[in-house]
Design a binder for this molecule. Structure first.
Ligand code: SF4
Length: 157
């Protein structure tokens, strides 16, 4: 049975600009980025993220956040898609942080409001690096709109 594994979760503020996000940290990452920043997420640890667990988290945290982000899950993108659709039945927005270079065909962009794509390259850095290879997109009418520069804006003092 296809299943995502939830290693941990946090409420975060920077992963999705402008949103307060419940970040679901998914393990069993199939990617092998050189210099991986989250080696522990390559192991199959945590508990199965089934509908019951997800709806329980939404009931508990749904009024405290504006967005739910699936952090990883590249081994089971169809499950990310299915559970993102479940979140979209609420008022909450959805995001997917993927290490893939492209959206797989099993993921319907209408279930997502934000997508991060691209493997981690330690020589180029993550989204907050000016030299990053990664991209952060907003989904608008089924199109990916590049918003990576939101991570590079200097704070106004
Ligand atoms: S996507 Fe890459 S950096 Fe992230 S956990 Fe997987 S191997 Fe590590």
């Amino acid at each position: 049975m296809n299943m995502l594994l939830l290693a941990s979760y946090d409420i975060v503020f920077q992963e999705v600009p402008g949103e307060v996000t419940l970040a679901l940290n998914l393990s069993a990452c199939p990617n092998r980025c050189p210099g991986c920043h989250s080696v522990h997420l390559r192991e199959a640890t945590g508990e199965p993220l089934d509908d019951e667990l997800l709806t329980g988290l939404l009931a508990r945290y749904g009024t405290s956040v504006t967005c739910v982000a699936f952090m990883g899950g590249d081994g089971e993108p169809a499950e990310v898609n299915r559970l993102a659709a479940l979140v979209k039945t609420s008022e909450l927005k959805t995001a997917w942080y993927s290490g893939r270079a492209q959206i797989p065909p099993t993921v319907d962009l209408s279930n997502l409001d934000f997508v991060k794509l691209g493997p981690y390259d330690p020589n180029r850095g993550g989204l907050d690096s000016l030299t990053t290879n990664q991209k952060f997109y907003k989904v608008e009418q089924g199109q990916l709109i590049d918003k990576t520069d939101l991570f590079h804006k200097k704070p106004i003092i």
